[in-house]
Design a protein around this ligand. Structure first.
Ligand SMILES: [Zn+2]
Length: 245
């Protein structure tokens, strides 16, 4: 099973690539939060406001008010607050299920359900971008995601520059398990030099983060470095609208 999953992921990465030229006038950085643990808003929100930047929050309606990875997830009020503050809401499926575990019909149902759930709570809001749960992607899911969203974001490291697959955009993890292995300054410098697009994703934000989360200081540092490198900081969908030629 594991081997088949790996082959399906690899097929999604290398086959049926819809390459789009990434050509911003200057390098761009986009910050996102997946699942929306409560602290991605209660802790990260004030930091984003201090820096005067907007982020993208990838929501699963089915996680509202629940526990996930041993952390309280967002409640509806958080979603309404972050939307009112001008942040982007993106789709992360309704039930946080890997696309490896869903048929085409099940994926469609999950996306329909999440779209309706969000629209009902945010005055008809329509999500434009998608992030794959666990970063898992298949060829079928990629095609379908492209038909419904302007882009799909994965979790593969690297700067998006030159021609990139609209269905599987790269992203670096602001995760305590990954951060020690990145040279963020070099990544930001590479983004600026190549006039590329760096996207990052995080989860919880606290002084004792999970393996998938980061500290408030990590978040501060990332934003300081992006600014120091001269990168424009924009939500994923807005960045895409401005840079995809
Ligand atoms: Zn997720």
């Amino acid at each position: 099973m594991k081997q088949i999953d790996q082959m399906r992921r690899r097929a999604a990465r290398y086959l049926d690539v819809e390459a789009v030229e990434i050509a911003p006038a200057t390098g761009v950085f986009s910050l996102s939060f997946d699942d929306i643990p409560a602290t991605a808003w209660t802790e990260a929100g004030p930091i984003l406001a201090e820096h005067g930047v907007k982020a993208t929050y990838y929501v699963c309606g089915g996680l509202a008010g629940r526990r996930n990875m041993d952390r309280d997830q967002f409640v509806e009020r958080h979603l309404q607050e972050l939307h009112a503050a001008g942040h982007e809401i993106g789709c992360h499926t309704f039930g946080h299920t890997s696309v490896l575990r869903m048929s085409g019909d099940a994926l469609k149902l999950s996306l329909d359900l999440n779209a309706a759930w969000v629209a009902e709570r945010l005055g008809g809001y329509r999500m434009e971008t998608f992030a794959y749960p666990f970063g898992d992607c298949t060829l079928g899911a990629k095609r379908y995601v492209r038909s419904r969203f302007v882009l799909g974001r994965g979790v593969r490291d690297g700067v998006n520059a030159g021609r990139e697959d609209r269905g599987l955009i790269k992203s670096v993890g602001l995760e305590s398990r990954r951060l020690p292995h990145y040279d963020l300054e070099a990544l930001m410098a590479e983004t600026a030099a190549s006039k590329g697009w760096l996207t990052a994703y995080g989860h919880d934000v606290s002084d004792q983060p999970t393996d998938y989360g980061c500290t408030p200081e990590d978040l501060n540092r990332v934003l300081r470095l992006a600014k120091a490198a001269g990168l424009e900081i924009r939500p994923v969908g807005e960045a895409w609208g401005a840079i995809a030629a």
